[in-house]
Design a binder for this molecule. Structure first.
Ligand code: EPU
Length: 418
């Protein structure tokens, strides 16, 4: 088992390069099975979730070739299996994207029920509702979601909740359905748009991605493409918040500033400075951050995936702040760890009250999920003394080389054997 040993106290200063978006890469990789021709993908993050998905795809017969660390070609012309149930795939959430993709192309898919971070109830009723509306039979049996259809037919689907995963899955299942599908109340996240752009580059006919009504006219087949995945909005936001928390000065390259508008607005409220230029964001802060209130909501609202990292800033802000988490009910587990570092946070249900303290003190802490892990790295970097951070496998799911990137900004962080 490995842990991070972090000696805190250095402000983060310098430049950092953001990688491809994990949450865009996962559906894009899955959607690559929808053509028999070869798909070439660039800017793919080398993180555990994408690697597990690629491995599961190889196990069903997809030919996967890594041309370098961030480039991959996929050919799914010889798929031998429509049942995906290897041990690892059960641990990732995005396994269920293979349902939409395989159902859309082969009208049949059986995929292990998804795992993922322990951040709250992760229902899939909206996915199932969408598949059924397109004409598929859906059953859950022996830990598998089994879907099958004679024909998939376009349908008008109103989503009861805004769901990234369900919007993506229904979009994939509908791409080759007969006729037109309309998804209302769809998610608008940048990765939903990226998947739509990817599918359109393969010959799909999807309009409206990025708004709350997506219209898909079914096509007969999809063809090869070359595609570059968008930069990771959450990785960029993590470094923005780390810069503010550490009273540092960081330039973040290869990001799309517009995807971070909501965070930029909060950072200005916290007393930080932000300057955007092309695909870079310069973030700095010279004084103790100000208190502010945050409510997470679907894009373009404040992302739940940046809530724990923002919580670290508020833990040391001047005054009392409130965070309301409206997406995942168990996403305040990191506050217990921050309290073990000297923070004064009271979390109950979907609300946490942060009484800002002057400083955090290094301590042994445990990552309960991916973004909690990122938040605790930031906490270790700003704390006085040494922090040992455990459960690194959560962090490895979604951040590539995170310790090296923080080290290049001046942090004293090492990965060591327990
Ligand atoms: N929901 C339902 N029914 C459904 C689907 C979702 O009630 O059928 C509810 C969920 O319980 C939740 C809300 O809708 O309360 C939003 O869930 P959503 O489906 O949007 O989340 P997801 O697709 O499972 C993705 C990201 C998460 C991110 C959320 C919200 C991936 C692989 N995961 O999850 O990312 O928090 O959207 O933006 O894209 C992370 O990267 O750390 C992470 C957890």
């Amino acid at each position: 088992m490995e842990q991070y040993a972090i000696k805190g106290g250095n402000p983060l200063v310098g430049e950092v390069e953001i990688g491809g978006a994990k949450n865009a890469a996962l559906p894009i990789l899955a959607a690559s099975v929808m053509t028999d021709e070869t798909v070439y993908i660039e800017n793919m993050p080398d993180v555990r979730d994408t690697n597990v998905l690629l491995c599961a795809m190889e196990n069903i017969g997809v030919i996967v070739k890594r041309t370098d660390r961030h480039k991959v070609t996929l050919n799914a012309s010889n798929i031998s299996e429509l049942v995906v149930e290897d041990e690892n795939i059960k641990k990732i959430r995005a396994s269920y994207y293979l349902i939409g993709a395989l159902l859309g192309k082969y009208k049949h898919a059986e995929v292990a029920l998804p795992g993922g971070c322990d951040i709250g109830c992760r229902a899939i009723d909206q996915h199932i509702k969408g598949f059924r509306a397109l004409g598929a039979d859906v059953k859950i049996e022996h830990g598998l979601i089994k879907t099958q259809a004679e024909h998939l037919r376009g349908s008008h689907i109103y989503m009861d909740v805004v769901s990234v995963g369900a919007t993506i899955n229904i979009m994939m299942a509908a791409v080759m359905a007969e006729g037109t599908t309309i998804i209302e109340n769809s998610a608008k996240e940048p990765h939903v748009v990226d998947l739509a752009n990817f599918l359109n580059s393969m010959g799909a006919n999807i309009k409206g991605a990025g708004t709350d009504v997506i219209r898909i006219v079914g096509v007969e087949k999809l063809h090869k493409t070359e595609y570059s995945i968008i930069p990771d909005q959450i990785e960029a936001g993590t470094f923005m918040l780390a810069a503010i928390a550490s009273k540092g000065d960081v330039v973040i390259h290869n990001c799309i500033p517009e995807h971070l508008d909501c965070l930029t607005a909060k950072i200005l409220e916290m007393g930080g400075e932000v300057e955007e230029s092309g695909d870079s964001i310069h973030v700095w802060c010279n004084s103790r951050p100000n208190k502010t209130n945050i409510k997470t909501s679907p894009y373009p609202g404040f992302p739940t995936d940046l809530q724990p990292q923002a919580g670290v800033v508020l833990a040391v802000a001047d005054g009392t702040s409130i965070i309301n988490e409206s997406i995942w009910e168990s996403r305040f587990q990191y506050t217990t760890e921050l309290n073990n570092m000297g923070a004064n946070i009271t979390a109950q249900g979907k609300t946490a009250v942060f009484e800002g303290v002057d400083c955090l003190l290094g301590a042994p802490v445990y990552a309960s999920d991916l973004r909690a892990g990122a938040a605790l790295i930031i906490a270790g970097i700003i704390a006085s003394g040494e922090t040992q951070l455990f459960n690194l496998d959560h962090i490895d799911r979604g951040y590539e080389n995170i310790e090296e990137k923080f080290r290049n900004l001046g942090a004293n962080i090492k990965r060591v054997k327990e």
